[in-house]
Design a protein around this ligand. Structure first.
Ligand code: SF4
Length: 488
């Protein structure tokens, strides 16, 4: 769709609104107007900024929204308000044209809960916050409730953090096979077995130098998360070496949780789980994504639902403090009935954390490339509509949520847990509450100042081979991290 702006250049804001209504559309800025276009104007009179959107796509509609920006408003806040007017005007035009109100209304962006957290922090009551989400942003009742609950979980986690608290992430970018929806840089172990040991050697060196840096900077590790890929593709002996090195390098006396993603059941066995227990891993994550064999096959998993049941029995026997299971709504070949069976079984299997993702199709995934048939947005909505009351009835509550681009039906990913089983790392990273020091290939280190006003990132090298061959990049990232803290 051709986008034309007058009086602003808020491309990202408009593109997000466009995707919420028309996920197949891609923004175009050059060339002829064509049949599908939107013109979004922003103008100021006194302290009032008014945005007007004219939208043409199989019909025509107009939307308008105004905000007040008093003189002396903080420039960052003023920008946010003007963008809000632009988004709302597009939303009103698109809603008038389509007759559709997306589940998140006019709220766009990765963290819809952030607005609720900001309003609560500014002293608004829960009722006032909910009213604003409803009346200004037209967020559905179910999403308003989730927004408030996750915002409150974020604020509770924030209260417990000190100015020099951080979380540490270690990435293991290997998996047994590549899932059809995956767009991560994950190498199937079969094809890259020879890379695992050199990768581990480079990682051990990074762990040692990062630990020394963190001690020298006087930072406190509050959460540890090992993800990937699938960390449990490492052999038990390799995992033992890595966790031993990690414990030696970092002071973990204030670390409140240690998570390892044991994502694929075909990588789990009692010996590996024993190593995790011996290193005080408190939380493991088993990620079946579905309990339907036909769907597992369609996404390229080389294991069955029975393998997941077996893995969960082993995990239960090892008695971790918390066990997460991930499901995805909208997988190829899945149906609302199949999703219902999957969720019911995860509950029966004893998970106390269940993360419900909505399929997000990124460019590099096999599904996108092969054009596989997928459940439509209505079916995905049906799946999520089942998840919410079912999880609540089982005693779960949502504690973090985020959205991604190209998400089926413009829904969300939500972490649900039993009371007290919140995974702090997920809250820290989603709410940007503290720095995340990321070790290994493919990750990104996020540096957050204690006031959460300054956020900077450095990116690790993506692929295991280049990661092992270019230690100078690791050194440069660590230097950037140290300089960030020295400058505070
Ligand atoms: S387990 Fe996760 S990281 Fe590995 S291939 Fe599947 S989706 Fe990608």
């Amino acid at each position: 769709m051709k986008l034309v702006f007058h009086g602003h250049d808020y491309r990202y804001a408009v593109e997000q609104s466009l995707l919420a209504f028309f996920p197949q559309e891609r923004p175009v800025y050059d060339g002829d107007q064509g049949e599908d276009w939107a013109q979004v104007d922003l103008a100021c009179r006194g302290e009032t900024w008014t945005a007007v959107t004219e939208l043409c796509r199989g019909g025509r509609a107009r939307g308008e929204a105004s905000v007040t920006v008093p003189a002396g408003t903080d420039p960052y806040e003023a920008e946010r308000e003007k963008q809000k007017a632009v988004k709302l005007s597009f939303f009103h035009a698109a809603r008038a044209l389509t007759g559709v109100t997306p589940p998140w209304g006019a709220l766009t962006g990765i963290r819809p809960g952030k607005l609720a957290a900001r309003l609560l922090e500014a002293g608004k009551t829960e009722e006032e916050t909910e009213r604003e989400l409803s009346e200004v942003y037209c967020v559905s009742r179910q999403r308003r409730r989730m927004c408030l609950e996750t915002a409150k979980a974020g604020l509770a986690a924030q209260r417990d953090l000190g100015p020099r608290d951080i979380a540490v992430y270690i990435g293991i970018p290997f998996c047994p096979t590549r899932c059809a929806y995956c767009s991560f840089v994950s190498n199937s172990v079969e094809k890259s077995f020879h890379l695992v040991e050199p990768y581990l050697q480079a990682l051990l060196a990074e762990v040692a130098s990062a630990g020394a840096m963190v001690r020298e900077l006087g930072l406190r590790v509050r959460a540890f998360y090992m993800g990937g890929g699938t960390p449990t593709t490492l052999k038990a002996e390799q995992m033992d070496r890595l966790l031993t090195a990690f414990e030696a390098a970092f002071d973990l006396s204030a670390c409140r949780e240690r998570t390892v993603e044991a994502g694929r059941p075909d990588t789990i066995d009692p010996e590996k789980l024993g190593v995790l227990k011996a290193h005080q891993i408190t939380r493991v994550s088993i990620n079946p994504q579905t309990m339907e064999d036909t769907v597992l096959q369609a996404i390229g998993r080389r294991h069955s639902a029975d393998d997941i049941r077996r893995a969960m029995a082993q995990v239960r026997a090892a008695q971790f403090e918390s066990v997460n299971m991930d499901l995805i709504a909208g997988l190829p070949e899945d149906t609302p009935a199949g999703f219902r069976r999957s969720l019911d079984e995860c509950l029966e299997l004893g998970a106390d954390n269940i993360t419900i993702h909505t399929l997000s199709l990124k460019k590099g995934s096999r599904i996108t490339l092969e054009g596989t048939r997928l459940p439509g947005p209505e079916e995905v909505g049906e799946m999520l509509d089942y998840a919410d009351p079912t999880l609540r009835a089982a005693g779960f509550a949502p504690y973090y949520l985020y959205r991604q681009k190209y998400m089926s039906g413009s829904f969300e990913n939500t972490g649900w847990c039993m009371p007290g089983q919140e995974n702090l790392y997920n809250i820290y990273i989603m709410e940007e509450l503290c720095s995340i020091l990321s070790l290994g290939a493919g990750g990104s280190t996020k540096m957050v100042d204690p006031g959460r006003e300054r956020i900077e990132r450095v990116f690790n090298l993506k692929y295991p081979l280049e990661y092992t061959q270019r230690p100078e990049k690791i050194a440069a990232n660590q230097q950037a991290f140290a300089e960030f803290y020295r400058s505070l």
